[in-house]
Design a protein around this ligand. Structure first.
Ligand SMILES: [Zn+2]
Length: 177
């Protein structure tokens, strides 16, 4: 069986390997080596080093992937914000205001119902009871819907922020490697 003379890529020690050997361990430094052949030469490359390089490349690909995901998330969120404004809502609502809005609505509705019973006590025609009751019911429905919408928005926002924090942490962890 023919043997080849190669040098360890790690410590430079001369090694004899069988012609068809692909992987060899250096007897001197215990490096795992891959025997590589070109038309004109035979040389060795440390296997661990190859793995390391591949790992590093995979890591930087991962960084790019996470960065892209953050950008996509921001873009989507920005789009949603714009959409929200276009839909004619009164812009970003300050925190807590949905609750306040609902309280006001209930106050208003109670006033309406009070007015209805007040006019009923005077024996006023039915229209004077129906209109305030209708207004009160309408206000209640609108108020509840507004609050539900506001809550959905807050949830969407916290989902976005949570996801963004996750990705940012992931990115930082990758960059620290
Ligand atoms: Zn060696």
């Amino acid at each position: 069986m023919e043997t080849l003379s190669v040098r360890c890529n790690h410590c430079g020690a001369p090694l004899q390997v069988a012609e068809n050997t692909r992987f060899v361990t250096c007897q001197f430094c215990q490096s795992s080596l891959e025997v590589k052949r070109t038309d004109s030469s035979v040389f060795t490359e440390e296997v661990a080093k190859i793995a390391e390089n591949t790992g590093r490349m995979a890591e930087s690909l991962e960084v790019i992937r996470v960065q892209n995901e953050i950008e996509k998330l921001d873009r989507e969120w920005g789009f949603e914000q714009t959409n929200h404004m276009v839909q004619g809502s009164n812009g970003p609502t300050p925190p807590g205001s949905p609750i306040f809005g609902l309280a006001f609505t209930i106050f208003f509705a109670v006033g309406c119902f009070g007015m209805a019973s007040f006019s009923a006590s005077f024996g006023a025609p039915g229209i004077f009871q129906l209109v305030p009751i209708g207004m009160g019911v309408f206000a209640l429905v609108a108020g509840v819907m507004g609050m539900v919408k506001g809550q959905a928005r807050e949830e969407a926002q916290s989902r976005y922020q949570q996801r963004r924090t996750e990705l940012t942490h992931q990115l930082e962890a990758l960059k620290q490697k």
